[in-house]
Design a binder for this molecule. Structure first.
Ligand code: HPA
Ligand code: ZN
Length: 341
């Protein structure tokens, strides 16, 4: 595929996003506006200084800045505006469906009530259906650096809003916080009717992926790029068609890979794994899905068929009903026919 015309092709391609932290979509401009409105003092004096500080050497160095950014979010309206800004961008990139993480503990730990967070996010997601034609699901993540008890309390606080939340997940500092810490919380979440996903194999070893599958019954693995270190694990992921929500620009920014040229996305695809491309924390990592796909295409020589497969996988790996998945895949196929050659 020639570089010419690639950007509009990738941008307009119908796709789903399955790995985006809503707090990670907080662009510096909105962060500044909210901080000013809420009189929250910031360490960085300008938007430019803030952006310049987005240099990370591992996951933790990012998380420190990410949690600092959340301090600007206080009211239901703040969470609405945060989510709405993401949805506007998603619409521009023809994201047809988004499964969005939120980190309630990043807010309740600061004294912001659970219901303030979820009401603001939910209202934006509802309004996006008629406004942008974007469907969505919410995934509530537990912060793995906090205790299992704290996760259990968060799960309990979520129950009155169960109908607004499709799944639970696990994020934050991976190393030293293996899946087994949250076995009981996830069992309780499944019993309450939640689906389950987990970040695993981003910085952590393949063993964390096995445990996310076997102990937490994760239906998707977020990141999972370290699976290649374990051939038996790869075999299982292929055989059971367990999706990996891969985030290429994130992996480079957090030094999981030295450069995009070193990323294993193309290898994962060629092995027949159900991989998808996602943005993770786009305000911090330099791009949304289009930028991730474009940069990956250029660095790894992805073919037109690879890009189609990634988009198709994004619908198949979603928590939409088979009917809704098929409708979106049909839309994707019509798009491909209209952009043949
Ligand atoms: N990994 C773990 N936790 C996170 C991430 C991530 O990429 N983004 C936001 N919280
Ligand atoms: Zn993530």
């Amino acid at each position: 595929m020639t570089a010419h015309g690639l950007e509009p092709f990738i941008r307009d391609l119908p796709k789903a996003e399955l790995h985006v932290h809503i707090e990670g979509t907080l662009e510096p401009e909105l962060l500044y506006e909210l901080a000013r409105r809420n009189r929250v003092p910031l360490r960085f004096r300008t938007v430019e200084a803030l952006r310049a500080a987005y240099q990370f050497h591992n996951l933790q160095s990012f998380l420190d800045i990410y949690y600092e950014g959340t301090r600007a979010l206080l009211s239901e309206q703040d969470f609405f505006e945060l989510t709405w800004a993401y949805l506007e961008r998603a619409a521009q990139q023809n994201i047809r469906h988004a499964e969005i993480f939120f980190d309630p503990q990043a807010h309740t730990e600061r004294g912001v009530p659970f219901n303030t967070v979820i009401r603001g996010i939910h209202r934006a997601l509802e309004e996006a259906i008629p406004r942008f034609g974007i469907s969505s699901k919410l995934i509530m993540c537990f912060l793995r650096h906090l205790s299992a008890d704290a996760a259990m309390r968060t799960l309990e606080a979520s129950l009155p809003f169960k109908d607004w939340i499709a799944a639970v997940g696990l994020d934050s500092s991976e190393l030293g916080h293996p899946p087994e810490k949250f076995v009981e919380v996830f069992a309780r979440a499944r019993a309450a009717g939640y689906l389950t996903v987990a970040h695993a194999g981003e910085e952590g070893p393949p063993d964390y992926i096995w445990k996310a599958l076997d102990l937490l019954k994760a239906l998707r693995i977020d990141h999972g790029v370290r699976c290649l270190e374990d051939p038996a694990l790869v075999q299982r992921l292929v055989r059971e068609r367990i999706p990996l929500t891969v985030c290429p620009l994130s992996n480079v920014k957090l030094c999981v890979f030295k450069s995009l040229e070193d990323h294993n996305l193309k290898t994962l695809l060629d092995l027949g794994l159900c991989v998808t491309v996602n943005s993770d924390d786009p305000a911090y990592f330099g791009g949304y899905i289009t930028e991730n796909l474009l940069a990956s295409q250029q660095a790894l020589g992805l073919t037109r068929h690879d890009i189609y497969t990634l988009a198709r996988n994004s619908f198949e790996a979603s928590f939409l009903s088979i009917d809704k998945q098929q409708r979106l895949i049909d839309e994707l196929d019509r798009f491909m026919d209209a952009h043949a050659g």
